[in-house]
Write a new protein. Structure first.
Length: 121
C-alpha cells in the first residue's frame, strides 16, 4: 500500500516541477522574506508574552515542526492558535504554494517559540 502511494507522490512531484523554472527563480528572495517575517512574528509574540504554537486547520490539525510530539500535550503546555489558510482544501497550484509557505512559516515559528515555551514551563 505504501509503495503505490509513494510512486503517486513522486510522480506528482516530478510532474509539478516540469515547467516550474519561471515560478521558482525568485525562491531565495522568498525564503529570506519568510525568515524576516518569522523573526518579526517571534519578537512580537515574545513581547506580548504569547507563546502559543501555530497549528494547521482541517480535519486533523498538526503543529508544524513538532508533528512527532503529542498534540494534546503541546496544546496543554504552550497553547495553540490556528493558522488561517492551512486547511484541507487546495484548489490550484497557487493555493498549494501558499499552503506550503504558510506551513514553512509555522514550522520555523513553532521551533523558536517551543524552545521558549519549554524554558518557561
Amino acid at each position: 500500500m505504501k509503495i503505490p502511494l509513494l510512486l503517486i507522490f513522486v510522480g506528482g512531484l516530478l510532474n509539478g516541477c516540469a515547467n516550474s523554472y519561471g515560478d521558482t527563480h525568485n525562491e531565495p528572495q522568498d525564503k529570506m522574506e519568510n525568515k524576516l517575517n518569522v523573526s518579526q512574528a517571534v519578537s512580537s509574540a515574545i513581547e506580548s508574552n504569547d507563546l502559543r504554537l501555530y497549528a494547521t486547520t482541517g480535519r486533523r490539525p498538526v503543529i508544524p515542526g513538532l508533528e512527532k510530539m503529542d498534540f494534546t500535550a503541546l496544546k496543554a503546555q504552550c497553547g495553540i492558535k490556528y493558522l488561517s489558510g492551512t486547511g484541507d482544501v487546495i484548489k490550484s497550484e497557487q493555493d498549494k504554494r501558499a499552503h506550503l509557505q504558510r506551513y514553512e512559516f509555522a514550522k520555523a515559528y513553532n521551533l523558536e517559540i517551543y524552545a521558549r515555551c519549554k524554558k518557561s514551563s
